[in-house]
Write a protein that binds this ligand. Structure first.
Ligand code: GDP
Ligand code: MG
Length: 168
């Protein structure tokens, strides 16, 4: 019996791996196709935390990152948020704070986490680890490094957000 359902939004610049992350977590697959691959508003996955079944609904911004009016509708009712940037995209890192603000303007303060994706491309990194850690520290957010491609740390991100929602 599921007593808790949590709406999670995954935001960040285009091509950082948001859709891939949702697909990886909910379907267990990874594709190199740079296309809108989900085709629905959200995917879901059920996890158990402390003996309680929780349903996570992961909302994707459908490749419409630049259209405020559309993405705002996605944020509505969100209870947790992934702020994602890419290891190989400097602009995406610099946009993190504005994504945080966009979401908070719509839904207020909710549990958030900063995710540096594509850590498998670390040799081509354009963001220093220290800078990312400093940003997370300043914004008082937990920071994870993931590779959706290699399935590294993806489960941990969503488990953390779930526990944060349930227990604090
Ligand atoms: P979105 O625009 O943020 O939804 O990004 P997508 O999920 O569409 O991913 C953009 C591109 O990055 C696709 O070609 C993905 O296959 C690729 N990608 C996503 N995650 C990773 C990762 O962890 N490592 C690498 N190397 N590529 C990734
Ligand atoms: Mg996408």
């Amino acid at each position: 019996e599921i007593e808790t359902a949590i709406k999670v939004v995954v935001v960040g610049n285009g091509a950082v791996g948001k859709s891939s992350m949702i697909q990886r977590y909910c379907k267990g697959i990874f594709t190199k196709d740079y296309k809108k691959t989900i085709g629905v508003d959200f995917l879901e996955r059920q996890i158990e935390v402390n003996g309680e079944e929780v349903r996570l609904m992961l909302w994707d911004t459908a490749g419409q990152e630049e259209f405020d009016a559309i993405t705002k509708a996605y944020y509505r009712g969100a209870q947790a948020c992934v702020l994602a940037f890419s290891t190989v995209d400097r602009d995406s890192f610099e946009a993190i704070e504005s994504w945080k603000k966009k979401v908070e303007d719509e839904v207020g303060e909710i549990g958030m986490v900063i995710v540096q994706n594509k850590i498998d491309l670390i040799d081509d990194a354009v963001v220093e680890t220290e800078e990312a850690e400093a940003l997370a520290h300043r914004l008082r957010l937990r920071f994870y490094r993931t590779s959706v491609k290699d399935n590294l740390n993806v489960d941990e991100v969503f488990r953390y957000l779930t526990e944060k929602y349930l227990f604090q």
